[in-house]
Design a protein around this ligand. Structure first.
Ligand code: NAD
Length: 291
């Protein structure tokens, strides 16, 4: 008889829409099985119209917690009891922990990015970084990097609907952390070149480089890069974006978004189970390569 799921098995959810493509269920269930932990992780199609009921259900059914993805990340805080400092500052939640009936919202995307840098021997603490993006991923990274001790941050974005978020992020970083942040227009290429030249690390956290913008990059050409610059991308499909292709040509140490994906999951896993995700095993099973 199958013994994996019993009357004692505890449930962890993922609430998003669309969600059937997600690799999170495979990742977490593999880690539970590998460590012999009695949990199951399931994806639920939940959008903004059903989110409140879904959170009530989570409470009523005493789930251990849940991941939350688009379009619910910036909405779900309304239905929770408490937020972590990073979730509060970034205005987004990707992980809910049910602490004996008290629902606490966390954001682990930024933690995941910072941890993936460490795992790849990249140390940006006390240094300057330039980062393109002002959406969910970018904001989480910017807030966590500032909280962790990045000294200076130049943020670039196009003047679209995310511009105001970027303004707010810069204000929060400058008033609530010791990091010094500034915002520039991504169209201002001379300033972009100057800020990258002055940085230890350049990060793309926009959707440029993945479908429908595959083959495109946030810098016009590789003359913006130099061999001792670290270049990272949050995109992991494709594993090699146009930006990372240029970085490799110039000889920069570079990292794609797989590490961030793995370590945001590992941080959530630790919050729910109190255990470390078996990182090396997961890298092998998921076929994760940084470059
Ligand atoms: P989002 O929709 O919240 O933000 C989109 C960002 O891209 C904004 O900054 C926007 O201004 C910018 N952008 C869009 N079109 C642009 C264009 N033509 N030129 C310049 N900038 C443009 O998205 P998100 O959730 O922040 O995701 C951003 C990227 O990060 C995506 O590629 C996503 O796959 C990736 N991501 C990776 C992880 C991970 O774990 N590795 C996690 C979350 C997101």
């Amino acid at each position: 008889m199958a013994e994996r799921i019993t009357g004692h098995t505890e449930l962890i959810g993922l609430m998003a829409y669309p969600i059937r493509h997600s690799s999170s269920p495979a990742m977490h269930n593999e880690a539970f099985a590998y460590l012999g932990l009695d949990y199951a992780y399931l994806a639920f199609e939940v959008d903004n119209s059903t989110l409140e009921d879904a959170v009530k259900g989570l409470r009523a059914l005493k789930l251990v917690g849940s991941n939350v993805s688009m379009p619910n990340k910036t909405v779900v805080h309304k239905y929770l009891d408490e937020l972590s400092p990073a979730a509060e500052l970034s205005g987004a939640v990707n992980t809910i922990v049910n602490d004996n009936g008290k629902l606490i919202g966390h954001i682990t995307d930024g933690i995941g990015y910072m941890q993936s840098l460490k795992d790849y021997d990249i140390d940006v603490i006390g240094k300057k970084m330039t980062i393109a993006g002002a959406g969910g991923a970018a904001t989480a990274i910017q807030i966590q990097a500032a909280l962790d001790g990045v000294k200076e941050m130049s943020i670039f974005n196009v003047k679209d609907k995310f511009w105001d978020t970027a303004l707010e992020t810069v204000e929060k970083i400058n008033t609530k952390t010791s990091c010094k942040a500034a915002l520039y227009d991504l169209a201002d290429l001379d300033v972009l070149r100057r800020e990258i030249e002055d940085s230890y690390l350049f990060a793309n956290a926009t959707g440029v480089g993945m479908k429908p913008l595959e083959g495109k990059a946030v810098i016009p050409d590789k003359s913006f890069l130099r061999p001792d610059l670290i270049v990272t991308d949050t995109v992991y499909a494709p594993a090699e974006t146009e930006l990372l292709r240029m970085a490799k040509e110039v000889g920069c140490k570079n990292m794609n978004g797989f590490g961030m994906m793995l370590f945001q999951g590992a941080a959530a896993f630790k919050l729910w189970t109190g255990k470390e995700m078996p990182i090396e095993h997961m890298k092998e099973v998921l076929g994760i390569r940084y470059e």
